[in-house]
Design a protein around this ligand. Structure first.
Ligand code: OKP
Ligand code: ZN
Length: 341
């Protein structure tokens, strides 16, 4: 299996408002280092650098003004007199307020985000671009007939919508991979999101589209981040009607119930006629994940990979969540290993 990864992510470690305190985010550089070490230890040696960022491709997924904003936000923050800190908002457009883009950097940070768990530092953009490049390169490799690839992305992407960052995500790596597969000739693509959290950004990006189906297995938004999207009645609109499937599950969900949802997902993807699949691969469904409440064991990730292989489709794995220490590497690589076995 071909891997795409870079080291630019080391420059990015966000601040996060967690239980009333501003902490160094759970979404840390060590996460990718742990996965890279496990890949190397288990013989995944075909690790490549991705090509340049394709701005035109990105603009099929994100609003151009939003991409410009991300690229320049930290510099504008510094010019505004905030050198040394990370750019983060303190106000958001809520109910009965107006969605008119304001002018100042702090206000625009609120306009272009939906959560206070995600800040922008000097090196954030470089990390974000490299994650997007990795996802694109993995999709190009698979579109060329290569079978499967893993984009070891950091920061993750599935919470980033067309024009909002949040949930540790800035550009939507999985959506970029799906769009690349479409532009490379796959008529219908599916994104299967197995991260513990709902992929609200990916859903948003493809909600009007029938050519990219989106299916997510996740903790019920009534009790879990991102709180305001991911309910079972969200089925897509206009040309995308029927092309969105959400399978919310309660806190404490165990393997049996989770794998029942996976069966439902894969049968639905089959019915949608997907020629290629992007897997938003979060392993924060693990029982000991420090911020999550499902109960999958390490062997379950091998089983997940094995079941995905039976879908018998070109597959792009895009790294999303999974927190804590060493088990993160074991669990992530177990999926890839199970897939190849
Ligand atoms: C990103 B991904 C922890 C708060 C967590 C944000 C979670 C983002 C998850 N106390 N808030 O989907 O893994
Ligand atoms: Zn997650």
């Amino acid at each position: 299996m071909r891997i795409y990864a870079t080291t630019a992510h080391h420059g990015h470690h966000s601040l996060e408002l967690d239980q009333g305190e501003l902490i160094q985010s759970w979404e840390s550089p060590a996460r990718a280092d742990i996965v890279d070490a496990e890949l190397a230890a288990r013989g995944f040696a075909d690790v490549r650098q991705p090509g340049d960022l394709d701005r035109a491709l990105i603009e099929h997924v994100h609003a151009s003004a939003y991409v410009d904003f991300l690229q320049t936000a930290h510099q504008r923050w510094v010019v505004d007199g905030n050198a040394g800190s990370c750019a983060m908002s303190n106000g958001w457009p809520a109910r009965r307020m107006r969605h008119i883009r304001p002018e100042g950097i702090v206000a625009q940070l609120g306009y272009y985000s939906f959560a206070a768990d995600c800040s922008i530092a000097a090196n954030t953009w470089g990390a974000v671009v490299d994650a997007a490049r990795s996802a694109d390169a993995a999709a190009q490799y698979v579109a060329g007939g290569a079978g499967s690839a893993f984009a070891r992305c950091r920061p993750p992407g599935h919470h980033a919508s067309r024009d909002q960052f949040g949930g540790y995500c800035y550009l939507n790596n999985a959506a970029i991979a799906a769009e690349r597969l479409r532009q490379s000739g796959a008529g219908r693509v599916a994104v299967l999101d197995v991260d513990y959290h709902h992929g609200n950004g990916t859903q948003d990006i493809f909600y009007h589209r029938g050519d990219v189906s989106f299916c997510s297995i996740h903790a019920d938004p009534k009790v879990e981040f991102p709180y305001f999207l991911g309910h079972a009645d969200e089925e897509g609109i206009a040309g995308g009607a029927g092309a969105n499937l959400n399978l919310p599950l309660p806190h404490g969900t165990q393997s049996d119930e989770w794998f029942d949802a996976l069966e439902t997902s894969l049968q639905w993807i089959e019915r949608r006629g997907a020629e290629a699949i992007v897997v938003s691969l979060g392993v924060d469904t693990f029982v000991d994940d420090p911020i999550s409440q499902f109960r999958l064991g390490s062997q379950d990730f091998t089983r997940l990979g094995q079941r995905l292989a039976t879908a018998d489709r070109p597959m792009v794995f895009v790294m999303e969540g999974g927190y804590g220490a060493e088990p993160l590497g074991t669990n992530m690589v177990n999926v890839l290993d199970g897939f190849l076995s």
